[in-house]
Design a protein around this ligand. Structure first.
Ligand code: HT7
Ligand code: ZN
Length: 844
């Protein structure tokens, strides 16, 4: 397969005014009749008509009522077309039941549903399936399903049919259809200009009681987008449908969002606090796409970050407003480092706006999404809150109804604020995480920070250029008082210094407050200074960061030479835990240790070869020491953070449970599981039940409880996914691969459900000492399962290939074993384009 290049973009030769689709639904033989009104694009040279189409059986096609015999290939249809407006009609047959890739029209538990982003519409009918072709869709669905939904507003319905009309022109990737035996939990929302909107969450009968939280989240999102961005909803109805078999989290189809059931269904018995928070964020994210993605869409798929980075940024702002802003920021940075920094440091590194791809599905990445969101955050910091508001308003008014580029987005900022963003644009085009080296000097009451930036080479980009970096800095005096409040320094050169005058004593700097740029700060410092910042920094992010660095340094010393844990770390974390002025959720985060993968990445970045087993053992040893050293405090904290009020998934209760559960993990190290068992038995919600089960499994006392958990929850797929994953996440590394292998043989394991596949194989990939076990069993199992899944569902298989992306960090024996498995997958008959691209990039 040949890559496509951003540089080769040309406008579509034909535009679409209106599309009429009729679906005659049948599990194996669905007929799709289309009538598309085309017109030549003004200013574009005349050409033949090419329409994308894959796996379609063409029954007949006409132009302006006359039958045609087009040329058909695996990729689509080509025919002569008039150099004037014309109508194209076609009838095709498709087989939803055979569609295991979950792209296009497929069946999930007998329910018809679609997934068209990025290029799934071409599996439904012949069409110019590119985002810069926007048409007004009218859809008629014929079938015997009780509920039949599509985009836009309902027009009419009768026995065995329903019609929908979406007045807003949209690209085909936002098309959706759902038909099945569904029930709704409904509500109503009045927009601030008075439009009455029907809200529905559609689920399988029996799941009605799992929608209330999602509905509340939707209402909050609608209000927030009106209040913060001035954006109103624009149809009479907003439908959400929960689907069990889904490749990703959710999809923002216009007026008909389709959700992986794991991202919308919840009750206190079945969902954890983290699930609730995630559901709220994803509902918001998909809803916010109505403006950032749907009303203003992408010109081409290279511009994916235009909608995704911005929408992730918006959903993060929303969560910060609904919950705790510092806790959200810290959690996001933990995730960014774990996923995006890892991507940027390996063979899959690519710019936020990639310049070529073979399979666009492989570019729905942490770089496009999460780093894309960081770029919006930096822009906002650089132009200020008011500048940001003006620029975003200009973007909305200027580009409503258009398919846009990053250039359009940046031009709105330049025009609204007068700022030149030429250098900022490098953040979009150059891959890699900049390293920011910091040194300092202090002379005659002037303190100077010296910065030097360098971005290591990434695949295809050996040379990097200096970027503009907003560095938020504050200074603390020797007694812990803040002597210089937060100031944003704008670094533009390779080397740059910034001075602060009038300081009575050498200050302690707090650098990159609120994680003001996605960079790695390198500065020589001491654990004493880190402990000082953990105790005194007024910036919550850097306060946490100091504790994190302290834990990291302690662990690195333990990993390298089996050193004992640094007492400075133990004292500092102990003091932090006892500080009741700190939010329990913050304390829970600050008690967390850097993950095994983060430590491996750090060691590799320092030129060392990480030993996954040694990393695991060091973390275990530190936990045992912490449990001993803080015994009384842990007992007191556990008791003090028991929630007695009825369960609510709100930030206060969730924070208390997060701290109690984190503490329970340490208590279990000493009591062997007595308190975890008591918690398990008393639990009336999944947050407490699951955490207790995890503690018991890790203590080797979980077998009976795990069986009981299975019996209790075997009817609930989403809870069962947790049960599958937890057994691997809690296993001894020597047994993780066997545990995962055993679970793939379980009667409830299936390759047809991406959630179940990810529950098992994603968990295996998430336990480095298990996945990278010296036996190579983890690698072999992963390869076996990828070979089995790839012919069925290339998209989900290809995403899981990223488990191998860190292979060059490890020793030659492990590298050799991984390479062997990669080659085995590549040689498998039916290896998909998606997987070939991913493994090809990883292996190169
Ligand atoms: N825009 C969506 C991305 C997406 C997707 C979703 C579900 C299944 C397949 C998918 N391919 C791409 C989701 C989002 O970012 O909101
Ligand atoms: Zn999105």
């Amino acid at each position: 397969p040949q890559p496509v290049y951003l540089a080769d973009y040309t406008p579509p030769p034909f535009l679409v005014d209106a599309v009429h689709l009729t679906f005659r639904l049948h599990p194996e033989k669905t007929r799709v009749l289309s009538r598309i009104e085309f017109r030549p694009t003004p200013g574009v040279p005349a050409s033949r008509l090419f329409l994308h189409g894959e796996n379609l059986h063409l029954i007949d096609a006409k132009i302006d009522g006359t039958a045609i015999t087009p040329e058909i290939t695996d990729e689509g249809l080509t025919t002569d077309a008039p150099d004037a407006p014309f109508t194209f009609e076609a009838e095709v047959e498709i087989d939803p039941a055979a569609n295991t890739a979950l792209e296009g029209l497929y069946l999930s538990n007998g329910m018809f549903c679609t997934q068209c982003e990025a290029e799934g519409f071409r599996k439904i009918t012949y069409y110019p399936d590119r985002p810069d072709v926007m048409g007004v869709f009218t859809v008629r669905i014929e079938g015997d399903q009780p509920v039949m939904l599509s985009n836009g507003n309902p027009v009419a319905r009768g026995d065995g049919w329903a019609e929908w009309h979406d007045p807003w022109p949209k690209p085909a990737y936002l098309f959706a259809l759902v038909a099945g035996d569904l029930v709704a939990q409904s509500d109503r929302f009045t927009t601030r200009s008075g439009r009455e909107v029907d809200l529905n969450i559609w689920v399988r009968p029996g799941d009605e009681d799992k929608c209330a939280f999602g509905m509340a989240a939707l209402r909050k999102s609608m209000t927030w987008d009106e209040e913060v961005y001035g954006r109103e909803y624009d149809l009479d109805i907003f439908n959400i449908v929960a689907v069990d078999d889904f490749n990703m989290g959710a999809m923002e189809n216009k007026g008909l969002n389709i959700f992986n059931s794991s991202c919308v269904l919840s009750t206190s018995e079945t969902a954890t606090d983290d699930n609730f928070e995630r559901i709220e964020a994803i509902i918001a994210h998909e809803y916010f796409h109505n403006w950032t993605g749907n009303r203003i869409t992408c010109r081409d798929w290279f511009q994916l970050c235009l909608k995704e980075g911005l929408t992730v940024f918006r959903d993060a702002e929303f969560t910060a407003d609904m919950r705790s802003a510092p806790v959200k920021r810290i959690s996001d940075v933990i995730a960014l480092r774990a996923r995006q920094f890892r991507e940027d440091a390996g063979p899959l590194a690519h710019p936020v706006r990639p310049e070529s791809f073979i399979e666009i599905n492989n570019f729905y990445t942490a770089t496009v999404y999460e780093k894309g969101a960081e770029l919006i955050g930096m822009l906002k910091r650089l132009v200020g809150d008011e500048g940001y508001a003006r620029a975003v308003d200009l973007y909305f008014t200027r580009h409503d109804g258009q398919a846009c580029t990053i250039e359009d987005w940046l031009a709105a900022f330049e025009d609204a604020t007068g700022r030149d963003l030429a250098q900022f644009k490098r953040w979009y085009s150059e891959a890699g995480t900049p390293r920011l080296r910091v040194t300092e000097s202090f002379n005659n009451s002037t303190y100077t920070l010296h910065f030097e930036q360098e971005t290591p080479p990434t695949p295809g980009q050996p040379e990097k250029h200096p970027r503009v970096i907003p560095i938020a800095v504050g200074l603390l005096g020797p007694n812990g008082d803040e002597v210089v409040p937060t100031r944003v320094l704008e670094m533009t050169g390779t080397r740059q210094s910034f001075s602060f005058d009038g300081l009575a004593a050498r200050p302690v700097p707090s650098i990159l407050r609120d994680f003001s740029a996605p960079v790695i700060v390198e500065r020589e410092t001491t654990n004493a200074e880190r402990a000082f910042l953990l105790a005194h920094d007024t910036d919550p992010f850097n306060k946490w960061e100091a504790g994190r660095a302290l834990a990291r340094e302690t662990l690195l010393a333990m990993i390298r030479d089996g050193a004992a844990p640094d007492p400075a770390y133990l004292d500092a974390v102990h003091t932090m835990l006892r500080d009741d002025t700190l939010d329990p959720a913050f304390r829970a985060l600050a008690l967390g240790l850097p993950g095994e993968d983060e430590l491996a990445q750090t060691l590799f970045g320092l030129g060392e070869t990480p030993d996954p087993q040694a990393i695991w053992e060091a973390r275990e040893a530190l936990d045992i020491t912490r449990a001993d050293a803080m015994q009384g405090t842990l007992d007191a904290l556990y008791a003090a953070h028991q929630v007695t009020a009825p369960y609510r998934p709100d930030p206060d209760q969730a924070g208390a449970r997060a701290l109690a559960n984190a503490v329970l993990g340490l208590i279990t190290r000493r009591d062997g599981g007595a308190r975890a068992l008591a918690q398990y038995d008393a639990a009336d919600n999944m947050t407490l039940q699951l955490a207790a089960l995890g503690c018991l499994l890790r203590a080797g006392k979980g077998a009976d409880v795990s069986d009981a958990f299975y019996r209790q929850w075997r009817h609930d797929r989403l809870v069962l996914d947790k049960w599958f994953g937890l057994q691997i996440l809690s296993a001894d590394p020597a047994e993780a691969a066997e545990t995962a292998a055993r679970l793939t043989e379980h009667p409830d394991f299936t390759l047809r459900n991406p959630n179940r596949f990810r529950a098992v194989l994603g968990a295996l990939a998430a336990v480095p000492a298990g996945f990278h076990h010296a036996s190579g069993r983890g690698y072999r199992l992963m390869a076996d399962m990828l070979i089995a899944l790839d012919p069925l569902n290339p998209q989900t298989a290809a995403r899981m290939c990223a488990a191998f992306e860190t292979w060059r960090r490890y020793d030659p024996a492990r590298q050799e074993m991984i390479r062997t498995q990669i080659d085995r997958i590549l040689a498998a008959p039916g290896a998909s384009r998606d997987t070939i691209e991913m493994l090809g990039r990883i292996r190169d």
